[in-house]
Design a protein around this ligand. Structure first.
Ligand code: EPU
Length: 302
């Protein structure tokens, strides 16, 4: 979608928004799949309510893109624009056992920043790709650690009220890869409370998680991490593996040879290739196990 109306372009500029026309979202996602649209870089948090009102009044649909590591985006010309918080130089500071971090920060960057200030507890999250905002929204987790339990406050733009609000950690439900945030809440900043731990000890924990991850996941291939959530008490990866589907392909989309719940883009997979592969594998698992796998990856249609 193109924003061509010069009055809107001018107003966006006044609100501190950088408009980048015709951006390929292929370049912005870890799957390297996605069509083309205008990107709006929101350089000022304080104007977000006005920007959102402007887009609503002008009937310009949007999606908020974080790290782009858990989305599958349609191909071609997209009928919505993409909003993005600037990721360079995100705010991060520590005060006692509290860490205050911008949602646009890289999740791994936040874990190491806190570690350098002798704050631990998040070692398991080290290799999870993506932004802090995305991790909050999904309650990202790995190796027994989830981000949710450390959250004390989240500052967010709440579309329902049109305001920036601060929500207390106790008022947020963090479940397995799911939270009580509304779909259109926009994460802005988080306050975490973390246990004190010597840097060296945290590093040792980080090293163990990195090794486990390297041994079991296709880290140097284009993927969105696990495609499906694990069903209660089960493992999607193990089931897909047992069905001998590693290497199974639709076009350039393939089930990873290394971890069967990772689907990879071998070269030029289209969104359609990936969707057909996902549906096919879901159907085979349903037929064999009677289990309906739920997507972990989020799909943005055109
Ligand atoms: N397994 C297989 N074959 C495979 C993959 C796994 O037999 O191809 C078996 C493993 O041997 C193990 C079991 O399945 O016995 C579980 O595998 P793993 O330890 O790799 O964990 P997972 O349940 O597949 C989850 C998260 C990952 C996270 C790891 C480590 C989900 C959907 N996945 O994977 O998160 O990194 O645990 O904690 O919850 C993600 O969310 O995108 C993600 C990658």
């Amino acid at each position: 979608m193109r924003i061509n109306d010069s009055a809107i372009v001018e107003r966006l500029k006044e609100l501190g928004v950088e408009l980048r026309p015709a951006v390929s979202l292929k370049e912005k996602t870890s799957l390297a799949i996605g069509g083309v649209t205008d990107e709006l870089l929101l350089r000022r948090y304080d104007t977000i309510p006005q920007v959102m009102r402007l887009l609503a009044d002008a009937k310009i649909p949007h999606h908020f893109l974080g790290g782009g590591t858990n989305v599958l985006i349609a191909d071609g010309e997209l009928p919505w624009v993409v909003l993005h918080l600037p990721a360079a130089h995100p705010g991060m500071r520590v005060e006692g056992n509290s860490a205050f971090v911008d949602a646009s920060a890289d999740l791994g960057g936040m874990v190491t920043f806190c570690a350098k200030h002798d704050l631990g507890g998040m070692e398991g999250l080290i290799g999870v790709p993506g932004s802090v905002g995305g991790a909050l929204r999904m309650n990202a987790g790995a190796y027994g650690t989830q981000i949710g339990p450390w959250v004390r406050e989240v500052e967010l733009y709440r579309a329902a009220s049109g305001e920036v609000e601060t929500v207390r950690g106790n008022d947020i439900r963090f479940d397995y890869r799911h939270t009580s945030f509304a779909d259109d809440d926009v994460m802005l900043r988080v306050k975490l409370e973390l246990p004190s731990k010597p840097y060296k000890e945290i590093l040792a924990g980080i090293k163990v998680c990195n090794e486990k991850r390297r041994a079991s996941q296709p880290l140097n291939q284009k993927s969105a991490g696990c495609i499906f959530k694990n069903p209660p008490g089960g493992s999607a990866g193990r089931m897909i593996d047992e069905l001998k589907l590693k290497g199974h392909r639709v076009g350039d989309a393939a089930v990873s040879d290394r971890h069967a719940n990772f689907f990879v883009n071998l070269a030029n997979a289209s969104c359609d290739d990936m969707r057909r592969l996902i549906d096919d594998v879901r159907e085979r698992v349903r037929a064999a196990y009677g289990v309906e796998l739920e997507n972990e990856v989020i799909f943005w249609r055109n």
